[in-house]
Every structure is written in structure tokens, then in C-alpha cells.
Write a protein that binds this ligand. Structure first.
Ligand code: XIL
Length: 488
């Protein structure tokens, strides 16, 4: 049983060490050299649509796990897949992808709860109130099943018409009444309050009648309190990209929603790499752009047949488009360096370390004071077991000393393995007890062990109290990023 914790008084002043904090960025395993590492340096994810049947293809999985830290099922969470017969739900493919993601530190986009296409036959045959009720039940059931596991849901996909009308697409769902979209968003919010809820569409890549129709809907939803958090821009592109691509993203962000590039693929040709870079730069330039998902891994995996629209060729080699995306992600990155002399942290202060992914604090589990006690995350309470002092070891390395126990963070038994436990141990100034800080975007740092070169992370990107803190290869995931909050 975990003992009750004492809360410090509300008078405790928390000072986030964000502005003005300078931390030397040392070279990391994947930052600058993989899509996910470089995107993470900029506080973004980089994802791919996955066909779960290909998870047994070792080349495919090799690229996926090396380059991407977000996945979306290409088909497995669609209505025809998840509810093939009315009221009989099937989650095999979706569950499989979620498991793969969780085992590999990836977040999951959910796609798509309601769409006019890929409906099961039984739903295609319904109309009116019967269809509306079935659709809302579908949203509730599926979002409930995946509750807590989805970063962002495409709640409604492709509900606007192409062309100049700016209006809704005719569909069986639309014919149940214009309020079907907001009903879906409300049902999704109730079922999974932790997921961002997105509207997703294509041919919305610049300011045009269709994107403006969606813009007006989002503005109306925000004004009336309909729960919407994000807009997805599929970005299935040809041989050009509108000049106002970034401005279009920005106008949506200015409504108070996040934006995401959700299904990016680009027609092969001399402009392909350039278009990929343009889209990447646009996302980086819009602070509310959370990340980019490409619609497949290799050209041979693409739904676009012979368009060769992706970042890896049919043999799994990186294409010029890959390099241009990586370079765009790396622009402005700090060059690798040793932390400069002159401490970036105040060694006389006490800090709480809050994880970027979970919002929870680094914590000596159960107020232990013994050697070998495990370190976990716990809801932040600023207790002594959550306060850490940086003790200078020289060369830009520090021990992290617990205020509660006086012991220091320690990679158990000098392990250099992924998933090795981080414990507390008497301070012997061993290299397994020394850590440097590597800068991530937004005032977050990664905490890198001197002996192993691995990062301190919340295992499995858990958000639960009591989740273990371990070391893992530094790939810049949110579960490897910490905010240092000075509290004493
Ligand atoms: C596509 C898949 O890639 C194909 O495998 C499937 O046969 C049809 O759907 N917009 C979307 C995606 O939102 O769900 C579509 O995916 C591509 C267009």
C-alpha cells in the first residue's frame, strides 16, 4: 500500500525554468538523423499509416520503428472493419496496431469514426433516425474501446463537398440532419475525454471554398462549445502545393484548434521533394501544428498505385523526398555541443521534474529511503520525494539527489540496456549516476546517463501513477522529456 503523501502549502512558488534556460545539446542517437528524432526536437510527431498485415514484413517494420513515432491504421479502425455487423464489434486489427505502438513508444491517431466511405453494408442501407442512432452508437462504442490509447481521433472524415459550394457533401449521414457532425463530436468526447478530436478532409490544402466551409464550421463549433480540438489536412498532393498552404493552417490554428497533416503523400516527379519540404516547413512554422503523418511507408505500400508518392522507395531506400523532409526538420537545430561551463541549472535549488507526456512528476516510490528503491512517476504534489537537487559532477554532468532520501538517481548495476531500471542509490558519483541535460523544444530537457548514453523515460509512455522510470535509447519522445520546475 502506498502511504498518503503530504502536500506542500499552496504558497509554494513554482517557477518554470523555461525562458532563458540554456542547456547544451549533446549529440543524441536519433535526433537529426531520423524523422521521429528530428520532429521530436521540434516538439512534433512524425507518423505513418500502417496496414497491420504488414507488421510481419521485417523491412517494413524496421523502417517504421526506426523513423516513426506515431501510427494510424490505414483501414483497421474504419466503420466496415470495426462493426461489420450491426452491434458486433471487431477490434483485432486496431488492437494489434495499438499494441505495436505502445511497445515501441509511438502514439496512435484513430481513423475514422464516421465517414461516407467504407461503411459496412448494413449501415449503407439505413437512413434517418435509425442511421443516426447507429452512427452515434458506433462512435461511442469504438471510442470507448480505444479510450486512453488514442492521441487524436478523426471523428468525422470528408464531410464537405468538393468544388465551389463550401457546403456539405451529400451522404446518408448528411441526410440524417446537419447536426450529425456535432453529435458525433459530443459522443466522442463523452467516450474518450483524453483524445484530441479532429475533423479531417482533403482538397483543403489552401484557402478555397471547401476549406473555408470547414473553417466556418470550426468557428461555429468553438463559438457554441461543440468539442473539437483539431483539424486534419490530409494533403494528398499532386505536382504542386498551394502558396497559401501555411497561411491556411494558421487561420485554423487562430480559431483555437490544433492542426495536423494527416495523410501526406505527393505525386512523384521533379517537384516531389520540394513539396514535401514545403509542407514540413509549414507545419514547423505553425506552433499549433502537432505533427505530420504520411499515408504509408514505402512507395509499394501506397494506395496511390504507381504515383510513388511516399518517402521510401519500393526497396525501402530513402528517397530524395525523405532527405528534404529530414533537412527541413533539422533547420535551426542546435549543433551538437558539450554543455558550456557555467551551470544551466542552479545547484543550490530543488526541482520537480515533470514529464511532458504524462504531466506527472519523477518520484521516489512509496517514500523509500533505501538503496535500490525504484523511481516512478506520480501525480505532482511537490513532496520531498519529488524534489531533486543537481549535484555537479563536472563536464556538464550532474547527479540528481533526492530531498527525501539523500540518495541519487542511478542506472541499476551500470546497465547499458534499454528498459534498465532507474533506482536511487547512495551517492558514489559513478558514471551510472551522472546525467547531462539535452534540450528539446518548448523548455523541456532530456536527461541522459553518462555511462549508457540513454535517456531517462517513463516506460511505455505510461500516464499512470506508479509507472516505472527506466532508461531507453534517446529518440526524443515526449515520455523522455522533462520540465524542470524550481520549487525551492
Ligand atoms: C484509403 C486506404 O489507403 C486504402 O487502403 C483503402 O482501400 C481506401 O482508403 N482518405 C482517407 C483514407 O481518409 O482513409 C483513405 O485511405 C485515403 C483517402
Amino acid at each position: 500500500m502506498r502511504t498518503k503523501r503530504t502536500l506542500l502549502s499552496a504558497a509554494t512558488i513554482a517557477v518554470a525554468l523555461t525562458a532563458g534556460m540554456t542547456v547544451g545539446l549533446a549529440s543524441t542517437a536519433s535526433a537529426g538523423t531520423t524523422l521521429k528524432g528530428s520532429a521530436a526536437e521540434k516538439g512534433r510527431y512524425f507518423g505513418a499509416a500502417v496496414a497491420t498485415g504488414k507488421l510481419s514484413d521485417s523491412q517494413y517494420v524496421g523502417i517504421l520503428n526506426r523513423e516513426f513515432n506515431s501510427v494510424v491504421p490505414e483501414n483497421e479502425m474504419k466503420w466496415d472493419a470495426t462493426e461489420p455487423q450491426q452491434g458486433r464489434f471487431s477490434y483485432t486489427g486496431g488492437d494489434r496496431l495499438v499494441s505495436h505502438a505502445q511497445a515501441n513508444g509511438m502514439s496512435v491517431r484513430g481513423h475514422a469514426l464516421l465517414w461516407h466511405a467504407q461503411q459496412p453494408g448494413w449501415a449503407q442501407g439505413l437512413s434517418g433516425t435509425t442511421l443516426r442512432n447507429a452512427a452515434i452508437n458506433h462512435v461511442t462504442q469504438v471510442a470507448t474501446h480505444f479510450r486512453g490509447q488514442i492521441h487524436s481521433w478523426d471523428v468525422v472524415n470528408e464531410a464537405f463537398a468538393d468544388g465551389g459550394s463550401g457546403g456539405r457533401r451529400d451522404s446518408n449521414l448528411q441526410r440524417t440532419g446537419n447536426d450529425w457532425i456535432e453529435a458525433a463530436f459530443r459522443a466522442a468526447r463523452a467516450a474518450d475525454p483524453g483524445a484530441k478530436l479532429c475533423y479531417n478532409d482533403y482538397n483543403t490544402d489552401g484557402v478555397n471554398a471547401k476549406s473555408t466551409g470547414i473553417y466556418n464550421m470550426v468557428r461555429d463549433f468553438k463559438a457554441r462549445g461543440v468539442p473539437i480540438d483539431c483539424v486534419g489536412f490530409q494533403s494528398h498532393l499532386g505536382t504542386s502545393v498551394p502558396g497559401d498552404y501555411q497561411a491556411n493552417l494558421q487561420r485554423f490554428a487562430d480559431l483555437g484548434v490544433d492542426v495536423q497533416i494527416t495523410e501526406l503523400d505527393v505525386m512523384t516527379g521533379s517537384n516531389q521533394a520540394n513539396i514535401y519540404a514545403t509542407v514540413t516547413r509549414a507545419c514547423l512554422a505553425v506552433s499549433r501544428c502537432n505533427g505530420i503523418t504520411v499515408w504509408g511507408v514505402r512507395d509499394s505500400d501506397s494506395w496511390r498505385g504507381t504515383d510513388d508518392a511516399l518517402l521510401f522507395d519500393r526497396s525501402g531506400n530513402k528517397k530524395a523526398a525523405y532527405t528534404s523532409v529530414l533537412n527541413a526538420l533539422n533547420v535551426g537545430a542546435n549543433p551538437p555541443s558539450t554543455p558550456p561551463p557555467g551551470s544551466p541549472v542552479d545547484t543550490s535549488a530543488w526541482y520537480v521534474l515533470v514529464n511532458r507526456n504524462s504531466g506527472k512528476a519523477l518520484d521516489v516510490y512509496n517514500l523509500a529511503t533505501n538503496d535500490g528503491a525504484r523511481i516512478t512517476q506520480w501525480s505532482r504534489n511537490n513532496g520531498n520525494q519529488q524534489q531533486w537537487q543537481f549535484v555537479d559532477s563536472g563536464g556538464g554532468y550532474y547527479r540528481l539527489k533526492s530531498r527525501l532520501s539523500g540518495k541519487v538517481l542511478d542506472v541499476y548495476n551500470f546497465s547499458t540496456s534499454d528498459a534498465a531500471a532507474i533506482v536511487q542509490w547512495s551517492d558514489g558519483n559513478g558514471t551510472n549516476q551522472q546525467f547531462r541535460l539535452a534540450e528539446s523544444a518548448g523548455g523541456y530537457v532530456r536527461v541522459i546517463n553518462r555511462n549508457s548514453g540513454k535517456a531517462v523515460e517513463v516506460q511505455g509512455a505510461s500516464t499512470a501513477d506508479g509507472a516505472n522510470i527506466v532508461q531507453y535509447a534517446d529518440w526524443g519522445g515526449n515520455n523522455q522529456q522533462w520540465q524542470l520546475i524550481r520549487i525551492g
